[in-house]
Design a binder for this molecule. Structure first.
Ligand code: SF4
Length: 649
């Protein structure tokens, strides 16, 4: 019997129209845990490097995290992985809400989608009965509109739906997949659109087996209480009314202008009134005591929900106030557009216009008012009309297609993907490493376990480390106690901190635990996370029966993280691609940064080009990767994990 997981994946080939329920190998669960971990193994096995993202051979995987559907509070993430049409590299995204739990209760851990349908279809999973259905009547519909229509068609309000909007149907690179206003961003919607899969609808009513239910329930009861009472966890930045952090520190427009004195008490009051005037409720995800999502109904616009910085991206890109985000977010979410990348793409286009690189004839009929211009460009992008057809590829690719100096305006992407618009003065070495080498596409999927900045006094630091439960090793407390200035921290500490930051995200994305309770709250913003390396092993053991301790769990992280790197290396990613934007920090030191990168590669057991060595791969049980790399000449026999050094033969 399988515990915690169902032990079955649903395999859908849309070219063949085939549906298979396939038993999975329990050994793979022990090695990768589930969620993103086992999804990446499927990507390794089935999608060779030469397969284009927009190809029937690309695979789109929806994974329910290993602990999703069990009593573990806040374990509800659905992890979506594929190869990105924007970056041509590994794509990683997450859905909150109820989708993953419904999938588990329908009897599946994953939906693995390959092929491409000749017509627009949707998938209807009703426990054991699975159908590929005609979706022609859903063409052009928004994400929520699609979900509502499917529920009406199937005559049940209990169905959970994940859908793409017109942006996904038109293969816009910024297209997301939406479920209950929680969208899987980072372009995964374009791949779903390429497969002509409009939506997935699920109803699941089966039970899930738990290995040691009494112990798990007892632990979860305590966790639930402590999460509810813990002010440091949850997406409190979405619900907090003081939003000075984003507005004073993040950049406006096309990620260039910082307005340090923007926030004021008067503004806060005005925005508070606006929020309560239009917020009709606050909601949670499956089995979580926190209430993070504000549901906003702005007159004449589709209802939407926002989290964290997502409520600010549009109005900051347009140099407007919150009411502009309220006007545009509902439409943008219905279109199925990522609200992090899309505003930057629009601001980039308007900068090119102001600079004379794009001309009047590129924007026929464009209004004068900036708010209306955003709506105008949104339509062009979603429908890939005129200049919108180029902009729909994202800033980096669009800049190269436009040429004529447009490349200089692409200043906030890494590996072709738009980053959070943050421009700072002094380099933070840990952030340099995370931005340069992280492969989860967004810094919010990499950071969180260690504070972003030092605290000014010893007393403050002491107070902070005293209750810092999540640290995996006492050395992190020492690093923090000794940290005086942002840019002054040893390379040794930077490497270890970067690794720990990544570790918790990889573990969350294997187990399905929400980052707002774990990785994203481990050290920054208070440092009192609900989940950490110390309490995850018993939860995993009680739920699944898998023998787990901290050492084994850390190994799972290393294996999962290394496999993602291998997937990207196999597709051509190298050291030259590992660089944050030139203007991310005002003061740069090329030699220092390259030495830091050397040290990190060595720390990780990667060679001087950022490729995991044979020794590293074999140690993690990824010998099939090292064999492939040796065969393809990506690795040589005698390469060692060090900065330019080679083992003597
Ligand atoms: S902390 Fe918030 S975002 Fe995370 S699972 Fe709970 S309700 Fe959802």
């Amino acid at each position: 019997m399988r515990y915690g997981e169902t032990g079955f994946n649903l395999e859908i080939d849309l070219s063949q129209g085939s549906i298979d329920r396939v038993e999975t190998d329990p050994k793979l669960t022990e090695l990768f845990l589930g969620g993103q971990g086992t999804a990446d193994k499927i990507l390794w096995d089935r999608v060779p490097a030469e397969v284009e993202p927009f190809s029937p051979e690309n695979v789109l995987i929806f994974s329910s995290g290993l602990l999703v559907g069990t009593p573990v509070p806040g374990a509800n993430r659905t992890i979506v992985n594929t190869f990105s049409s924007q970056t041509n590299l590994h794509a990683h995204s997450l859905l909150g809400g109820y989708f993953g739990a419904e999938l588990k209760h329908a009897g599946y851990d994953k939906i693995v989608i390959s092929g491409r349908s000749s017509e627009l279809v949707y998938l209807w999973i009703n426990n054991d009965k699975v159908e590929i259905r005609d979706a022609s009547h859903l063409r052009g519909m928004g994400c929520q509109e699609t979900a509502e229509q499917i529920k009406r068609d199937l005559k049940s309000e209990k169905i959970q739906v994940a859908a793409i909007g017109p942006a996904g149907e038109n293969r816009v690179n910024m297209a997301s997949i939406d479920h209950s206003h929680s969208s899987a961003a980072r372009g995964v919607g374009s791949i779903m659109g390429d497969k002509r899969l409009k939506a997935i609808a699920i109803r699941g009513t089966k039970d899930l087996n738990i290995a040691r239910p009494t112990e798990l329930f007892e632990m979860c009861q305590n966790l639930r209480k402590s999460i509810a009472e813990n002010p440091y966890v949850g997406d409190w930045m979405a619900t907090d009314e003081d939003d000075s952090f984003h507005h004073n520190n993040f950049s406006w427009g096309n990620a260039r202008v910082r307005r340090r004195d923007f926030w004021s008490k008067e503004l806060e009051e005005r925005w508070r009134n606006l929020k309560y005037k239009y917020m009709n409720r606050q909601t949670s995800c499956y089995n979580c005591p926190k209430v993070c999502h504000n549901v906003i109904s702005f007159p004449g616009k589709p209802t939407f929900s926002y989290k964290c910085y997502g409520k600010d991206t549009y109005h900051m890109a347009a140099f407007q106030e919150l009411d502009f985000s309220y006007e545009i977010l509902g439409i943008s979410q219905e279109y199925g557009l990522d609200s992090y990348s899309t505003p930057q793409v629009i601001a980039f286009a308007l900068e090119l216009y102001e600079a004379g690189i794009l001309k009047d004839h590129d924007f026929p009929g464009m209004p004068v008012n900036v708010r209306e211009r955003f709506f105008y460009l949104l339509e062009k992008i979603v429908h890939r009309e005129g200049i919108g057809d180029i902009l729909a590829n994202g800033v980096s690719l669009a800049a190269r297609q436009i040429g004529n100096g447009a490349e200089a305006y692409d200043h906030n992407t890494i590996k072709r993907f738009e980053q959070l618009p943050i421009k700072l003065g002094r380099l933070n070495p840990v952030y340099f490493l995370m931005l340069a080498t992280g492969e989860k596409m967004a810094i919010t999927q990499i950071e969180g376990s260690f504070p972003q900045d030092p605290l000014p006094t010893i007393e403050q630091r002491k107070e902070f480390v005293n209750g810092w439960v999540s640290v995996p090793d006492e050395k992190f407390k020492k690093y923090f106690m000794e940290w005086e200035k942002r840019d002054t921290i040893s390379n040794e500490a930077s490497c270890a901190i970067c690794d720990w930051n990544e570790a918790m995200h990889y573990l969350d994305d294997a187990t399905g635990i929400c980052g707002f309770l774990s990785s994203f709250r481990g050290g920054q913003f208070g440092g009192r996370s609900a989940y950490h390396i110390h309490n995850m092993p018993p939860l995993i053991s009680f739920a699944t029966g898998i023998k787990m301790d901290e050492t084994l769990l850390w190994e799972v992280f290393q294996r999962n993280r290394t496999l993602v790197r291998a997937l990207n290396v196999r597709r051509g990613m190298r050291r030259i691609d590992e660089k944050p934007p030139e203007d991310h920090w005002a003061i740069r030191d090329h030699d220092y940064e390259q030495k830091l990168l050397d040290d990190y590669y060595e720390f990780k057991g990667w060679n001087k080009d950022g490729i995991p060595t044979k020794e590293t791969l074999d140690k993690l049980g990824l010998d099939y990767v090292s064999e492939d790399f040796l065969q393809k000449g990506i690795l040589k026999d005698n390469e060692a994990a060090s900065a330019g050094k080679e083992k003597k033969a």
